[in-house]
Design a protein around this ligand. Sequence first.
Ligand code: NDP
Length: 473
Amino acid sequence: MNTMLKDAPAIPAIPQGSDEMGAYINDLLAQTERNNPAQPEFIQAAHEVLETLVPVLDAHPEYCDARILERLIEPERALLFRVPWIDDANKVQVNRGFRIQFSGALGPYKGGLRFHPSVNLGVLKFLAFEQIFKNSLTTLPIGGGKGGSDFDPKGKSDSEVMRFCQSFMTELFRHVGPYTDVPAGDIGVGAREIGYLFGQYKRLTNQFSGILTGKGEKWGGSLIRPEATGYGCVYFAEEMIHARGESLEGKRCIISGSGNVAQYAAEKLIQRGAIVLTMSDSSGFVHDTEGIDHDKLVWIQQLKNERRGRINEYADHFSTASFTPADRALDYNAIWSVPADCAFPCATQNELRIKDAENLVNNGLRLLSEGANMPSTPEAVERLLAGGVLFGPGKAANAGGVGVSALEMAQNSMRVSWTRDEVDTRLRDIMSRIYNASVDASERFGAPGNYVVGANIAGFLRVADAMMDQGVV
Ligand code: NDP
């Protein structure tokens, strides 16, 4: 039982600010809800950011006069297109393709492509909106975007995935470019998909240019890009826990997901001497009471990246582990009931709810770093902060991926490739700067230690100032 946590003070809540600005934000959110029916994830993200900005607007009424928020809440462009392709049975299939180019105030649109059946306009608008502030926090010259399709790569052959990616790029290619929009991977889009997408772009345009990041390291990709989101999420956790005079060594950690972000968060935690107890996929989670060590993680990487199998196979293979199937009828996820010091949700949005937060706090959790985008519901975040849990919000904690994507763009422009150590050092520096910017903003605007508030405000200020400079566009 973790005795220190009992004394952990509650993290300050969001500062209220003036009634006048509070009313202005409420009106704007009501308008946003009316304008975007049936987009609950986007509305959730808009609330999450805008509600923390009231004290900023009190200090900077000029942003209201310039209607910065009214402009920021509308994407600059939202593209929706048909993606027809032919499956292995020679049947025509049709999916929907999207690209949301949300804000180009700080640079070319940047953000991943997600291929998952749950993809729709609202989900991608939430992701693209979050991406604006995340990218701003890195202090690198990148705007915010996101895209994808309701195509499900699971269960498809490599040839089917290739034909789908070629058809997707046959429309997308006219909207992207190294100075316009540079997508990357996300759920369901890994090295294989990026390769097929890039190949088709090259064929259509007769140009070998850096229009995607996450490319293979032999043909323009950056070293450490595959690792960057997971590693960065652990670096952010380290910053938080070091500030309390502790380290990750020996800490019991629970990770959800077993994809790109989860795998490399696990790898870095193992390197730091932490004990990784769990990993999951949409079918359920495995709990290894002795910890997932380096060799077991390599086994998971082969399972997921090469054999494309399900996580329960881990429990069949290793006698120290048990498998618990996902049960969507419950109001909690059993994975978050495993007692732990640190938690790393690395699967998907809204995977950690109020009951989960309650369980984590009661079990003595001291730190949570979000590898996924918006994995914790607003009520869960509130509960974790009230319980004194050090909380790294996704837009800060998982910004390492886009940070190294921006480094990949820089290497492509200069026609150079940096060493592993060089990129890793830069990644660490990016995460440390994001942490410090979040700390500073949280203190400056009256919620010291609340990195949700800090990250939102630090990310917003840079975008808002760029918009002020660039006039009404
Ligand atoms: P992957 O596709 O590599 O892995 C996703 C993992 O999450 C899989 O284990 C998957 O299980 C699980 N998962 C996905 N959807 C669900 C669901 N609805 N319920 C339960 N489990 C689910 O994706 P990534 O690792 O790249 O992305 C994970 C998260 O990290 C996402 O939120 C993404 O937006 C975020 N992120 C990713 C970045 C990157 O660089 N890749 C950068 C920043 C954030 P299954 O295989 O069964 O579907």
